[in-house]
Design a protein around this ligand. Structure first.
Ligand SMILES: Cc1cc2nc3c(=O)[nH]c(=O)nc-3n(C[C@H](O)[C@H](O)[C@H](O)COP(=O)(O)OP(=O)(O)OC[C@H]3O[C@@H](n4cnc5c(N)ncnc54)[C@H](O)[C@@H]3O)c2cc1C
Length: 374
């Protein structure tokens, strides 16, 4: 089988198929794991498979449950610890709009039996003393509310991708980097993709090209199904981590890894396929983080980066067989949750490809239903 695209989705799909005994070749036009997946903060918000009714929440719940065993397996195969940690998350609303959104979210989590508790300023102050000055200032306005969500996890995304790559290699996946797929065709016995007129054939092809998946071939008729939404991240470094938990404020967040790296994100920008950082946004993220944690003022800037999240119009990723084209499958469009959803996507897609019934019904993720009207 051929998997096109070596982000979190393609790597997981390749590993899952190889683990089930398939011969797998993974092709990427650049270096493995160097696209949107590398930029991702690595936040795994709470989820509960047992109580989830929404299809995305079911996929999220399945992934949530798979992560601990996947982390262990990756550590065994690659000797890399991906930093999976149940660090918990604080969710703050600092404006009436943010509080309203969080109130709805909290109600939704309660329906799913996901633990979420409204907490006082004192609670937050005790647990995260370094954010006090910022928080005290905000609370003066009486417009701030905070919730504590213990079942939020973090992983170190670059380590996750490296571990997946090594695990793939150890499981027999042949990896071809700098191989940009530019055509696709079906053959008598399967399907084939080409890179500058060099054809790669297999019994089946799985397309995992992230935001670019719809552009892989006009035959797919998916050009208008995926919209790239840019997100930017700032990475700072301090001697010690300044927070124990992830702090989410509206659509921004600060996350500290154990090694002192602080990840600050993010934003949602429609810039087509332009994937660069901008001074204005990086400055805004820096101001936001320093406002919360004044010690970050003097922290070293390690990296500023941007990635394109693949968005579909109904918010559901497409996972399954491409209609009307034999032996071609796709897994793309995971938007803000591609890291979190990657293990369950791979397991369910592999089930479908092997003729088994997946644990989560993939009908809501049917390929083609995400087509935009022209
Ligand atoms: C700022 C930011 C923060 C995020 N934070 C989180 C988070 O905390 N948690 C979470 O779950 N998600 C997060 N995400 C979302 C997550 O990063 C994406 O959903 C996920 O990376 C999508 O993975 P993917 O494998 O589909 O795509 P990508 O990672 O983009 O990989 C696609 C791959 O396909 C390759 N490719 C494309 N076209 C071709 C071609 N023609 N031939 C060969 N190869 C090709 C590319 O080179 C690339 O390697 C974040 C995203 C951003 C931008």
């Amino acid at each position: 089988m051929i998997v096109v695209g070596g982000g979190a989705i393609g790597l997981n799909v390749a590993l899952e198929l190889a683990s089930r005994g398939c011969e797998v070749q993974l092709l990427d036009r650049g270096t493995i794991g160097d696209s949107a997946s590398r930029v991702a903060a690595g936040i795994l918000p709470p989820a509960n498979l047992q109580s989830a009714t929404d299809p995305i929440d079911q996929l999220r719940g399945l992934s949530h449950g798979l992560f601990p065993s996947l982390a262990e397996r990756l550590a065994n195969l690659s000797s890399i610890d991906i930093g999976l940690r149940r660090c918990g998350g604080y969710y703050l609303g600092t404006t009436p709009g943010e509080i309203a959104v969080m109130t709805g979210m909290v109600q939704y989590w309660e329906n799913l039996n996901i633990q979420c508790e409204r907490v006082s300023i004192d609670h937050l102050r005790k647990r995260e003393p370094r954010i006090c000055p910022w928080f005290a200032k905000q609370s003066d306005s009486n417009d701030t509310a905070a919730w504590w969500v213990p079942d939020e996890y973090q992983i170190r995304t670059p380590d996750y991708l490296r571990a997946l790559q090594i695990a793939c290699q150890k499981t027999g996946v042949a990896i071809g980097e700098h191989t940009a797929v530019d055509r696709l065709r079906t053959t008598k016995t399967g399907a084939a993709v080409s890179c500058e007129n060099r054809w790669f054939e297999a019994d089946r092809v799985v397309l995992c090209g992230g935001s670019w998946s719809g552009l892989l071939s006009p035959e797919l008729r998916l050009e208008r199904s995926l919209i790239p939404i840019r997100g930017q991240i700032l990475v700072l470094k301090t001697d010690h981590p300044l927070l124990r938990s992830i702090v989410n404020v509206g659509n921004r967040y600060v996350l500290c890894r154990d090694d002192g790296h602080t990840i600050i994100g993010s934003c949602e920008e429609e810039t087509g396929f332009v994937c660069e950082t901008t001074d204005g946004m990086i400055d805004a993220l820096h101001r936001f983080a320093v406002g919360m944690l004044p010690e970050l003022e003097s922290a070293m800037v390690v990296e500023r980066c941007a990635g394109l999240r693949p968005l579909t119009f109904d918010g559901f990723p497409m996972i399954g067989k491409v209609p009307d084209i034999s032996n071609v499958y796709i897994a793309a469009g995971h938007y803000r949750s591609g890291i979190h959803l990657s293990p369950a996507t791979a397991v369910c897609l592999a089930d479908v490809m092997m003729g088994q019934t997946p644990q989560v019904d993939l009908e809501p993720f049917r390929v083609g239903k995400q087509q935009f009207a022209s």
